[in-house]
Design a protein around this ligand. Structure first.
Ligand code: SAJ
Length: 461
């Protein structure tokens, strides 16, 4: 690695360690972001120490048992066995790490403001062990400016100076749960330091195990990149959800419209309407942006509008279920409703912010008796009540007055659901219409009934 005149001797010392892959790496927070990161670097021979406040997770990890869907126990056990990865609850060991990535949650508080308590606790742990020649990289999604305005002053209380004694950067996580095509190594990594040397050192470090690293000019820029990415998704999902509401009033099947628009080979990117948005990112991250901008006397209108539309979808779906029942002279009150899929998206087991939970809550408030089926979520706690998933079989389906589809896992037998259900409200357009024996309602458009569907409108020659 070439030495840069801007660098201090301490920086060159760390740069040399990074180049020799001798820099000890500490990952603070071993969840869906931290664990894959720790394992990837450990697999490349970097000595990695994983830090977790949850002792149970530490025990599981050191026994080679993974609790993250995207990390196999086999991969984890191999790096634990080789001694390249070890987990601990002892934050004091951060002092021995040359590079520290902070991968802790950044949820919202009850008042829907940024909840920085996890980052605050992590920063305190780092502060207590801070020494010269350490590089700290924040990966937790946050508002633009947080790394330089909040974390940097905290670290410099030690008297160490960022940019000469220690270094500080932000690098947004880009983990897409259940995405088997893109993982840590082949997902380009954006990184921005609070100073040029911090950018150089963190870029060099990540390049050791990540194929493409994209440096930007500041930590704030890197923070904003992440928020653009997730706001882009929230707004586009909000758009198609609003198109679903429009199509309902137009008597059109929104999924037919989207499939047709998606034939356009340029200038269109498909998103699909659904029961709302869940997960730890898309529903929350854009609010970090609008919150920050409000403090700069600016209203992030698209963020707020998308939020309004997306958070309105669970209620819309419940109303559609009520309409479908009413059409059969049944009411929601007293109806047996089976909800299929409570994870926040297909093929994951995570239920955080899942819109299906809001759907269940609203159905129960309207007097329905609700059961759920989800092969990825064996049990669920809702409003202090423990719900156990039912088996998705012919009996369960036949017993339901209405089946609501909220998560379209690929390992569910949707043909069975189509054949055995008398009434389906499908928020994911996953039910094969040709198999329907009862009545199928999608998010918009007239219901499809009987043995299969009404003949699709003839496309004019
Ligand atoms: N959803 C729709 N319609 C769509 C796409 C998604 O209703 O067309 C819903 C999903 O069902 C889910 C929610 O939106 O409830 C979020 O889905 P997602 O896949 O966009 O979000 P995450 O949190 O699983 O992962 C995303 C990553 N996903 C993709 O880019 C596909 C990526 O944006 C981030 O790396 C990640 O959030 C993060 O950690 O920020």
């Amino acid at each position: 690695m070439t030495t840069s005149p801007v660098r201090t001797a301490a920086a060159n010392e760390l740069a040399a360690k990074i180049e020799a892959r001798k820099a000890r790496y500490g990952v603070l927070g071993l969840g869906y972001v931290g664990l894959p990161l720790a394992v990837a670097f450990a697999q490349d021979g970097v000595e990695v120490v994983g830090f977790e406040v949850d002792a149970t997770k530490v025990t599981e990890l050191n026994a080679g048992r993974s609790y993250i869907d995207d990390v196999t126990s086999e991969d984890l056990a191999a790096v634990v066995k080789s001694g390249h990865l070890r987990a601990t609850t002892d934050m004091g060991e951060l002092a021995d790490c040359d590079i520290i990535s902070i991968c802790v949650p950044t949820p919202l508080s009850k008042s829907r403001d940024p909840d920085l308590s996890y980052v605050d606790a992590a920063t305190t742990s780092v502060e207590r062990c801070l020494r010269a020649r350490q590089l700290v990289i924040l990966e937790s999604t946050t508002y633009p400016g947080m790394t330089s305005e909040y974390v940097q002053p905290r670290l410099e209380q030690s008297g160490l100076v960022v940019g000469s004694d220690i270094w500080l950067a932000f690098s947004p996580e880009r983990v897409d749960p259940a995405n088997h095509r893109y993982g840590i190594r082949n997902t380009p990594k954006v990184v921005g330091g609070v100073d040029p040397v911090s950018t150089e050192l963190s870029t060099a470090f990540y390049r050791g195990s990540i194929e493409h690293v994209h440096p930007v000019t500041s930590a704030s820029a890197a923070e904003m990149v992440k928020l653009l990415e997730n706001t882009f998704r929230s707004v586009n999902i909000g758009l198609v959800n609003e198109v679903a509401l429009m199509c309902d009033r137009l008597g059109l099947d929104v999924n037919e419209i989207i499939r047709a628009a998606d034939t356009k080979p340029f200038g269109f990117m498909r998103f699909d309407p659904g029961p709302g948005i869940g997960g730890h990112c898309i529903p929350l991250d854009p609010i970090y942006l609008s919150w920050k901008l409000r403090h700069l006397d600016y209203r992030a209108r698209f963020v707020e509008l998308a939020q309004d539309v997306n958070t309105g979808m669970p209620g819309y779906l419940v109303d559609r279920i009520a309409t479908a029942l009413n059409a059969r002279k049944k009411s929601v009150n007293g109806a047996n409703v089976l909800v299929i899929g409570v994870a926040y998206k297909r093929d994951v087991s995570d239920t955080r912010e899942s819109p299906a939970l809001e759907v269940i809550k609203r159905l129960e408030e309207r007097g329905a008796s609700v059961r759920y089926a989800d092969p990825h979520v064996p049990e669920l706690e809702l409003a202090g009540q423990r719900h156990v998933a039912v088996t998705l079989d012919e009996t369960t389906l036949r017993d339901a007055d209405c089946v609501g589809v909220t998560t379209h896992h690929t390992d569910i037998d949707w043909d069975l659901v189509a054949r055995a259900s008398s009434l389906i409200v499908d928020a994911r357009s996953v039910i094969p219409a040709g198999e329907v024996r009862g009545e199928l309602w999608r998010l918009s458009g007239p219901p499809l009934v009987g043995e299969g569907v009404r003949a699709a409108p003839q496309v004019l020659a």
